[in-house]
Design a protein around this ligand. Sequence first.
Ligand code: PLP
Ligand code: SF4
Length: 335
Amino acid sequence: MINHLITQKNWQTQLSEAITSVDELLSALSLESLRTDVYVPKHFEMRVPRAFVAKMNIGDRDDPLLKQVLPDQKEQLNITGYVADPLGENAQNPVKGLLHKYQSRVLLTITGACAIHCRYCFRQHFDYSANMPTADAKEHIVNYITDHPEINEVILSGGDPLNVTNRRIFAWLDTLESISQVTTIRLHTRLPVVIPARLDDELLGRLSQSRCQIVMVIHCNHANEIDELTARYLQRVKAAGITLLNQAVLLKDINDSVEAQTQLSQCLFAAGVLPYYLHVLDKVAGAAHFDSDEQSSIELYWSLLAVLPGYLVPKLVKELPNKPFKVPLNIYEDV
Ligand SMILES: *Cc1c(COP(=O)(O)O)cnc(C)c1O
Ligand code: SF4
């Protein structure tokens, strides 16, 4: 059984005690009967922290959180158009660990590891070991940034950048803050909803003292991911002066309804977070069963405009390999 006290353990303990056994997960949820539908690919095992499992409904085979993490036989289907590297990122690393696709921002991959394995993840086939910053990486990265004065923002990404120790994050912050052209440091992380205790005082204290603007973009797909504890932690991030945004992925039969998206935006806002992006799925091999077609995505978007205040409607975007920005869906088609 999932012990609710798990959420009070320190984050590193919670990280190491994540559930990786399908049988253990299904039995904790009283869903042993789902066992036959499960297939776990070798390149991307199952991984789900117990604090996230604690937000799932016992006995609900359609639980929107469970569906994001439970491996499914459908991942084996080979479907035309769904490929290993949908964004062509393997070819875009001028320096190992650094992606410079968008003019004013660079993205740094500081770890390949994630606390949770989301089955729709577009990076599930990415060769992190070949792309991690090497020991002398910081110097190369600093040189690259200073050679490109148009860069003013550095995004720490991964994997999940909060998967590493505070000490390592602080070392990155020290380095980036020493580059005068860098005005903004952004973290893209799913840990605040997966293991809320990751947002510890030491981390928030350091972030709030940065000379840079700090932006934290969390990754939350469903209102059920924000329980009371998670909301309380997020409120503390906001109170520390950090800009909090959310990006979600539009996932078929998980959050592709007006009700699910409305509740998500409202729960985020109540926790101090503004919706930023709603991504249509990147066409990664093994995730076709999560894909929602573009026409219904656009219809959903129009419904959200009618229901929500403008500041709670995320931008509906997709990523195209050769575009230097996230591309808005053509919402005016067939109006
Ligand atoms: C998404 C992304 C960014 C950030 O884009 P914003 O529109 O500024 O949020 C930067 N670099 C890369 C490579 C990205 O994929
Ligand atoms: S947390 Fe993000 S990078 Fe990690 S598996 Fe999930 S979607 Fe992929």
